[in-house]
Design a protein around this ligand. Structure first.
Ligand SMILES: Nc1ncnc2c1ncn2[C@@H]1O[C@H](COP(=O)(O)OP(=O)(O)OP(=O)(O)O)[C@@H](O)[C@H]1O
Length: 856
C-alpha cells in the first residue's frame, strides 16, 4: 500500500451516504402515535408523512405534479413544487393557496396537512375539509386555503404540505399532491448578506488523474534511493515505540506518509479547464495556499508547456499570481486554463532536516530525558507571589533545574501558562547578561501574543519579531511593527551577526528553520521557549531544537494544554502511528519525570497550573466538568468577571452565558465550498449592537470593539461577519470596529476577550460527518469546543441550532446546562415527530444536493 505513491490513505468513502430508501422503509413506522397522543389528526399525519417521504425519495416529480386536472397554485409562483418567500422584518403573514379543478370530472378534496407539526404554521379553509367532511370540486371550481406563518425570530422556516384527493368518494383510490414552502424571515442586514450567486458544486476528479504529460525519471546519484527502498520493515518500524535509536528514521517515515497524503489531497484541488472543483476544507485553508507558493497552469487544449505562477496574495476564493511574460504576452481575456496546485515542501523539509539533525546535535537527553543528579533546591518565598505554582515554575526555569530535560508548564485554559513563560523570559533577560532567548509558538497569532506581552517590560530594541515572507503584512499588529522584520511592505532578513545581537527573538516554529539555515550556531540560544506546544507535531517543535540547542547547556521550556487543539495532520497513518502526539504530550505520557509521584508533580521538571484567572464560573463550568475533572479553581478578578452579570439582555441575572437558538440554514455561495449562516450573523449583530449601545450605561463598564471577539468555524462565515460589522460600525458611528477580532478557533487559541460570541453555523445534520472527517467546524470536535468556550472573561454568547448541535454529546451537555440554568434564548424546537423531522431533514438535503439548490 505504501508503495503506491498517490493512493489516498483514507479508505472510507469521503461522505456518509444518505439513508437509503430501503433503510427508510425498514425503520420503525413513525405512524405509531405515542401513549396519550390524540388518536385523530396526529396519527393520520404521521402515517401520511411516512408514506410520502418514501415516495418523495423515489419520484419527487410525480408527487408535485398536477393530477386528474387538480392544480395547486398561489399568487407567487411555485418553482418545481417549491415556493420561496423572503420577508423583511415581518414575522407574520398569510399566503393564499388556490386548489383548482381544471379537469372535466368532479374530484373530492379529502384531506390536507403539513407533514410534520410546525409551531409557526396554521392552515385554514372555509369548509374545514377533513376526511369526514370532504369537499367536492366540480370542473372549473377553485378553492382557497390560507397558510398563516407566525414566528418571533429571524430564521428559516420550511414546511411541506400534502393534499389528498379522491376521484370517487366511495372507492379507496386516492392521490396526493405535495407543495414545499420555504419562508425566510430576515432583517435588512440579512438581505445584504444573501448568497451573491447560488452555490454550484462541481465534480471531484478521481484521485489519480490521467496526466498526458509523461515525466521521464532520471538516474539518481548514490544515496538518493526512495526512502521506502531503504527501509526493510516499514510496518515493524511504524508499530515500534519511539526510541532514540530509530528516532530520525521513524519520523522521516511518518513525514513521508504525511507528504504522500498531501500530494493526493492537493491533486484533488486541481482545476480542469478552469472549471472549479473543490475539496471540503480547502477554503478553510487546509491545504493552504500561501504567499510565495507555486501553481502550474496551461491553456485548455494545449499539452506542451506548463507555466509556473507564484502566489502574491490570497483572498477568500481568489489568488493573485505572478507569471512569466511568455504567458502574459499571449494572454487574452476569458482564456481557460488547467490549474495544478503544488504544495510547498519547505515545512516538510525543515522537519526532515530537524529529525536528522537531532542525532548530530546529541539531543538524546533532551528528547528522552532521564532523571539527572538533583539540583540544589532554589529558595522559595511564598510571600512574594500569590500563586506558588507559577512562582516556583519561574524559579526553576531561571535556575535551569530540569536541564537538559525540558521544563513543562501545563494546565487548562486561562491558568496563566503564557504569563508564566513570559515572566520567566523577562527574569532571564534581566538576570543573565549572556543569555539569548528564542520564544516561539506554532501559530502567528499565538506568537504575536507572546511578543506583545514580552514588550510590556522589555526594551523593544532587544526584541526581534521575525515573520516569514508568507505572512500577510496587513496582519502584523501595529504594536509589533517597530521590532519586526517588516520594512515597508516587505520582510527583511538581516545577516546572522545582526540577528545574534538580539536578546530575544520571537517567531513561529516553522520560521525558526530560517535561523538554522542561516547558520546560527547551536548553543547561541541559551533558552528556547515554546508556547502552545500541544498544538504542534513533534517534528515541528523539533525545528528550533535540532540545530540551535546545545543539548548539555540549553534550557527548553514547553507550555500547553493537551486538551486544547492538537497537531493537525492529514495522513491517517501518520496519525495512527504517533504523529498526532505532540512532544509536550509524549513527555507527559512517557516519562515519570513529568508524572505524579505519590500524588504530586516534581516541580523541578513540571508545573501544573489549575487556578483560572480568566473567566466567570458560569462560563467555566461545562469545560471544567467535561475536560478537567472539576479541578479548575475560579480565581479571575471579581470586578472583571462579574462585569456583565447585571446586563439587561441576560435571560438570567448573574449568569453571564447565553445559548441563542436559531433555525437558520447553512449556505454556500458561488463556487466557494465554505459555509455561512445569515440568520446567525443577524443574531450576532443584534448582540453586538446591544453590547455597544448599553456600554457605560446603568452601571455597566465601558467596552470597545477590541474587548469583543467573535469565533466562527468557517472562513465564509468570518467574512460575512466582518462585512456585517462594518455596517453596524457605520450605523452606530463606532470607531475602530476592525479591532473586534473575528476568526477561527485556531486564531483564538491562547487569546481572551471580555465578551466572546460564538457562531456554530451548522443547521443541516448531513454535513456533520464531512466536518468530522475533514476536521472542520465545531460539532464533533471536543478540542475546538473547549478552546472556543474558554476564551470569554465576563460574557459568553453561543448562537446555534440546538437540533444539530445536540447530536454531539459535548454540545448536548452544554445546551442542557443552558436550559437548566434558564440561559436559553430564541427559537424553541418542538420535540414531537423526531423521527419524521430527521427523515425530512435528510430528504431535504438530498433534494438540494441533487441540484435543486435553494437560494433566497
Ligand atoms: N497569578 C495570576 N494572577 C492574576 N492574573 C493572572 C495570573 N496568572 C495569569 N493571569 C491572567 O489570566 C489570564 C490568562 O492567562 P494566560 O493567557 O497566560 O493563560 P494560558 O494558560 O496561557 O491560557 P490558554 O490555555 O487559553 O492559552 C490573563 O489575563 C492573565 O493576565
Amino acid at each position: 500500500m505504501f508503495r503506491a505513491p498517490y493512493v489516498d490513505q483514507w479508505h472510507n468513502p469521503r461522505r456518509r451516504q444518505p439513508q437509503s430508501v430501503q433503510d427508510a422503509a425498514a425503520s420503525p413506522a413513525p405512524g405509531e402515535a405515542s401513549a396519550g397522543e390524540a388518536q385523530t389528526g396526529v396519527r393520520d399525519r404521521k402515517r401520511l408523512a411516512s408514506l410520502l417521504i418514501n415516495k418523495l425519495k423515489r419520484d419527487r416529480a410525480q408527487l408535485i405534479s398536477d393530477k386528474c386536472g387538480i392544480s395547486i397554485t398561489s399568487d407567487s409562483p411555485f418553482n418545481n413544487g417549491k415556493l420561496q418567500l423572503c420577508r423583511e422584518d415581518t414575522y407574520e403573514y398569510v399566503i393564499s393557496l388556490d386548489v383548482k379543478n381544471t379537469g372535466t370530472q368532479p374530484v373530492h378534496f379529502t384531506y390536507y396537512t403539513p407533514l410534520h407539526w410546525l409551531t409557526y404554521l396554521t392552515l385554514k379553509d372555509e369548509h374545514k375539509v377533513t376526511k369526514t367532511n370532504p369537499l367536492a370540486l366540480q370542473p372549473g371550481d377553485s378553492y382557497q386555503i390560507q397558510v398563516h406563518f407566525k414566528c418571533s425570530f429571524v430564521g428559516f422556516y420550511p414546511a411541506t404540505l400534502a393534499f389528498e384527493f379522491k376521484p370517487d368518494l366511495q372507492a379507496s383510490t386516492k392521490f396526493h399532491i405535495v407543495r414545499f414552502i420555504e419562508a425566510t424571515c430576515v432583517t435588512a442586514l440579512g438581505l445584504e448578506l444573501k448568497p451573491e450567486k447560488p452555490f454550484r458544486p462541481c465534480f471531484i476528479l478521481p484521485s489519480v488523474p490521467v496526466d498526458l504529460f509523461t515525466v521521464v525519471d532520471g538516474q539518481k546519484p548514490d544515496g538518493y534511493q526512495d526512502l521506502l527502498d531503504t527501509l526493510l520493515n516499514i510496518q515493524e518500524l511504524l508499530e515500534s515505540p519511539l526510541s532514540w535509536e530509530r528516532y530520525a528514521e521513524k519520523f522521516q517515515l511518518l513525514l513521508y506518509l504525511e507528504e504522500r497524503q498531501m500530494e493526493v489531497d492537493i491533486r484533488r484541488y486541481n482545476i480542469p479547464n478552469s472549471e472549479r472543483e473543490y475539496v471540503p476544507g480547502v477554503s478553510e485553508n487546509r491545504p493552504s495556499v500561501l504567499r510565495g507558493d507555486q501553481l502550474l497552469v496551461y491553456p485548455a487544449g494545449e499539452r506542451s508547456v506548463k507555466y509556473c505562477g507564484y502566489v502574491h496574495s490570497v483572498q477568500l476564493d481568489q489568488v493573485k499570481l505572478g507569471f512569466s511574460s511568455k504567458l502574459l504576452d499571449r494572454f487574452v481575456d476569458k482564456m481557460k486554463f488547467h490549474v495544478e496546485f503544488t504544495f510547498n515542501r519547505l515545512t516538510l523539509q525543515l522537519q526532515h532536516r530537524a529529525a536528522k539533525l537531532a542525532g548530530d546535535h546529541g539531543l538524546e537527553k533532551v528528547l528522552f530525558p532521564a532523571a539527572p543528579a538533583l539540583p540544589q533546591p532554589e529558595l522559595f518565598d511564598s510571600k512574594l507571589e500569590k500563586n506558588p505554582e507559577q512562582y516556583q515554575a519561574v524559579q526553576h526555569i531561571v535556575a535551569g533545574s530540569s536541564r537538559p530535560a525540558p521544563y513543562v508548564v501545563f494546565g487548562p485554559p486561562g491558568t496563566g501558562k503564557t504569563v508564566t513563560l513570559v515572566e520567566a523570559i523577562k527574569q532571564i533577560e534581566k538576570t543573565k547578561p549572556l543569555c539569548h532567548i528564542l520564544a516561539c509558538a506554532p501559530s502567528n497569532s499565538a506568537t504575536d501574543l507572546l511578543c506583545t506581552k514580552i514588550l510590556d517590560h522589555v526594551d523593544e530594541r532587544k526584541v526581534h519579531r521575525m515573520y516569514a515572507t508568507s505572512r500577510d503584512p496587513h496582519c502584523v499588529p501595529e504594536r509589533l511593527k517597530a521590532c519586526s522584520n517588516l520594512v515597508g511592505d516587505s520582510y527583511v532578513f538581516g545577516p546572522k551577526e545582526e540577528l545574534m545581537e538580539y536578546k530575544i527573538i520571537v517567531t513561529t516554529l516553522f520560521t525558526t528553520g530560517r535561523l538554522v539555515t542561516g547558520g546560527i550556531p547551536a548553543g547561541h540560544f541559551t533558552h528556547i521557549f515554546v508556547d502552545e506546544a500541544g498544538h504542534a507535531t513533534e517534528t515541528e517543535c523539533l525545528i528550533p531544537l535540532a540545530g540551535l540547542l546545545n543539548a548539555d547547556s540549553g534550557q527548553v521550556v514547553l507550555a500547553g494544554d493537551p486538551k486544547q487543539l492538537g497537531p493537525i495532520l492529514r495522513s491517517p497513518f501518520a496519525l495512527r502511528y504517533g504523529m498526532g502526539v505532540s512532544l509536550l504530550e509524549r513527555m507527559m505520557n512517557n516519562f515519570s519525570l513529568y508524572q505524579k509521584n505519590n500524588g504530586v508533580f516534581d516541580n523541578r521538571f513540571v508545573t501544573k497550573l489549575l487556578r483560572n484567572y480568566r473567566s466567570h464560573p458560569a462560563i467555566l463550568k461545562v469545560p471544567n466538568e467535561l475536560f478537567y475533572d472539576g479541578e479548575l479553581q475560579v480565581c479571575a478578578d471579581e470586578i472583571l468577571r462579574n462585569s456583565y452579570c447585571r446586563w439587561e439582555y441576560l435571560p438570567k441575572m448573574n449568569f453571564p452565558v447565553i445559548f441563542h437558538s436559531v433555525t437558520g440554514v447553512d449556505e454556500r455561495e458561488a463556487s466557494s465550498p465554505s459555509f455561512f449562516n445569515v440568520t446567525e450573523v443577524e443574531v450576532l449583530m443584534d448582540y453586538v449592537k446591544k453590547l455597544l449601545q448599553t456600554q457605560g450605561k446603568k452601571g455597566l463598564a465601558t467596552i470597545s470593539p477590541k474587548d469583543i471577539g467573535i469565533i466562527a468555524p468557517y472562513r465564509k462565515q468570518v467574512q460575512k461577519i466582518r462585512k456585517a460589522l462594518e455596517k453596524v460600525g457605520k450605523d452606530l458611528k463606532v470607531r475602530n470596529m476592525d479591532h473586534l477580532k473575528v476568526g477561527s478557533v485556531e486564531e483564538f487559541q491562547g487569546q481572551e476577550r471580555r465578551v466572546i460570541l460564538v457562531s456554530t453555523v451548522r443547521s443541516s445534520p448531513d454535513y456533520l460527518e464531512i466536518d468530522k472527517e475533514f476536521n472542520l467546524g465545531f460539532v464533533k470536535n471536543e478540542k475546538r469546543f473547549n478552546v472556543a468556550l474558554t476564551r470569554a472573561q465576563a460574557l459568553l454568547i453561543v448562537v446555534g441550532n440546538p437540533r444539530v448541535l445536540e447530536s454531539d454529546s459535548t454540545w448536548k451537555h452544554f445546551i442542557k446546562y443552558c436550559r437548566d440554568e434558564e440561559a436559553f434564548q430564541g427559537f424553541v424546537h418542538v420535540e414531537e415527530d423526531d423521527d419524521v423531522v430527521e427523515r425530512f431533514a435528510n430528504l431535504y438535503i438530498e433534494m438540494n444536493v441533487e441540484g435543486d439548490t435553494h437560494s433566497h
